[in-house]
Design a protein around this ligand. Structure first.
Ligand code: UN1
Length: 515
């Protein structure tokens, strides 16, 4: 292993040779296939991970069920105290974990560290929540009666997370699920097993010290089949899935067919709209971060840019300057702004998208190919690209499909209504952003005829949401909500409890059933 990689692994107590156990249910194991973790910047194999056999997955779910039956009786504030300890451990290892995210996923260090911070933040949120998961007292129409709406723990939560946020998205789910009194089984992306092992080790240590069964936070690394089996299991009450629309459709159908609960976080295809009255010194850097940050591999990445005709030339000129200043390279190096795409095959996705742009008559303003520097050749580096497609028509696949790479498509508009229509006329509905200082535009944008996305920002880019609000998208993004807001309410089972304190037993709605 290179010194670069072994320093990161050692800082987290991960072995630098041999095979790692990729399954945890109170004990570390893994007798399924061996999976490679590969560094997207160098191509180096970072680790070989022993994944879950079908039998081990089955046993893990059983152990998590048993753990849930015990854990649901632990008082919620006590569960919060465990989350507080997890938070402390994560914060203490924030830098090292952030570096591991960079090493294995490929995002630059500040974003890797930011992702761990996001987990810390949601832990803080869930600690508070553990004393605030309040039900309701409802007025009864009957004398001497009262109705309580009571949230109780739900059961086992299956979390299937994606490569692009290998730590934070699990964090959102774990924190709420644990506060709610559930057990989770985590199936991470097959290409980021090290992040999941490092995080699970931290959590396991805290659970152990608190005499809580480790299967409250189980881990099953594996491939598609492992994911499918987890999704199918009737012993998993809630499946939280982050990933592509195609897989998400399958997951949704499978879970619905067994009457399970599901949270879907699928593709985004997010637009920024710049009005002529916008403060361009704020808008331009934000679009730059939204489109180029994480090498365009956030669900929330800016993929469409709608510019008012009056500001289009200036915005494009200034944006291109920023694009030209991008330094690609080792995501762990301090001055790097652009890391690699996560997988080799993503290069092909990128090149196919650019080819289609060219062949359909788009103008490529900047970027449009792989980097030719020899030093970058072992990694999956592609140039951030700005294109002006020939037609602004949202139905064209250029506008209607999500390409998980740094490609920004631009169109020019004259009226806000036109831009909002373009913003909305795609299948996805995750994030959207309007740049304006005019209150009237803001009202339109946030109101009934405004953006139909789940995230509707003003003078804030499409990506980089805080944890406090519910995160998620509408339409083909799957309508899921995670993280803050009311998301926690999905991780509990609600009971409507009508209690009669009186000496009579009247029926509701005045029904008379006397013999
Ligand atoms: C994702 O891309 O799957 O809003 C999650 C953001 C991050 C989370 C992104 N807080 O960009």
């Amino acid at each position: 292993l290179s010194t670069r990689a072994s320093t990161v692994l050692q800082s987290l107590g991960l072995p630098t040779s041999g095979e790692l156990a990729g399954v945890y249910d109170g004990q570390w194991k893994g007798s399924g296939e061996v999976m490679e973790s590969r560094c997207p910047a160098t191509g180096e194999v970072l680790a070989n991970v022993r994944t879950a056999s079908p039998q081990e997955l089955h046993e893990t779910i059983e152990k998590s069920r048993a753990a849930y039956r015990q854990f649901r009786n632990v008082p919620a504030p006590r569960r919060g105290e465990i989350l507080r300890q997890i938070r402390e451990e994560l914060a203490a290892k924030r830098d090292n974990l952030g570096a591991l995210v960079s090493l294995e996923m490929g995002k630059i260090k500040t974003e890797g560290v930011g992702e761990v911070q996001e987990f810390v933040d949601i832990c803080d949120y869930a600690v508070g929540l553990s004393r605030m998961m309040n039900g309701r007292v409802v007025a009864s129409e009957r004398p001497g009666h009262v109705i309580y709406e009571v949230p109780n723990p739900l059961g086992v939560v299956g979390v299937l997370s994606a490569f692009n946020f290998p730590v934070a998205v699990y964090g959102w789910n774990l924190a709420l699920s644990l506060a709610a009194g559930n057990a989770t089984v985590w199936k991470p992306s097959p290409t980021t097993p090290l992040c999941s092992i490092a995080v699970s080790k931290i959590i396991a240590g805290v659970l152990e010290r608190n005499n809580i069964p480790g299967a409250v936070a189980s881990l099953v690394t594996g491939d598609k089949e492992t994911g499918k089996d987890l999704v199918k299991s009737r012993d998993v009450e809630l499946v939280s899935f982050t990933g592509s629309e195609a897989v998400g459709r399958n997951v949704g159908e499978k879970v619905a067919s067994r009457f399970g609960k599901v949270i879907l976080e699928l593709g985004g295809n997010n637009a920024s709209i710049v009005m002529p009255d916008a403060d361009l010194s704020l808008a331009i850097p934000a679009v730059f971060f939204g489109a180029v940050g994480t090498a365009g591999q956030r669900c929330t990445s800016t993929r469409r840019l709608y510019l008012h005709r009056k500001v289009a030339p200036e915005v494009l000129e200034r944006l291109q300057k920023l694009y030209k200043s991008v330094i690609p390279g080792d995501p762990l190096a301090a001055d790097t702004l652009l890391g690699p795409l996560h997988t080799r095959s993503a290069i092909k996705t990128y090149l196919t998208a650019v080819d289609y742009l060219r062949s359909s008559g788009a103008e490529i303003l900047t970027g449009g190919s792989k980097y030719s520097e020899e030093a970058l050749a072992p990694g999956n580096f592609v140039q951030p690209t700005i294109a002006i497609p020939k037609s602004p028509e949202p139905k064209d696949r250029i506008w209607s499909t999500e390409t998980f790479a740094p490609v920004l498509n631009v169109a020019i508009f004259d009226e806000l209504e036109q831009a909002i229509e373009w913003n909305n006329n795609v299948p996805q509905g995750l994030s959207s952003s309007l740049w304006t200082r005019d209150l009237r535009h803001l009202g339109k944008w946030m109101g009934p005829s405004g953006s139909d996305a789940g995230i509707v920002n003003v003078n804030v880019g499409t990506s980089g949401a805080e944890i406090g609000a519910a995160f998620g998208g509408n339409k083909s993004t799957g309508w899921g909500r995670e993280s803050g807001g009311d998301s926690w309410k999905q991780y509990v089972r609600w009971s409507a409890c009508t209690v009669n304190y009186s000496d009579a037993a009247p029926l509701a709605q005045g029904v008379n059933f006397a013999a």
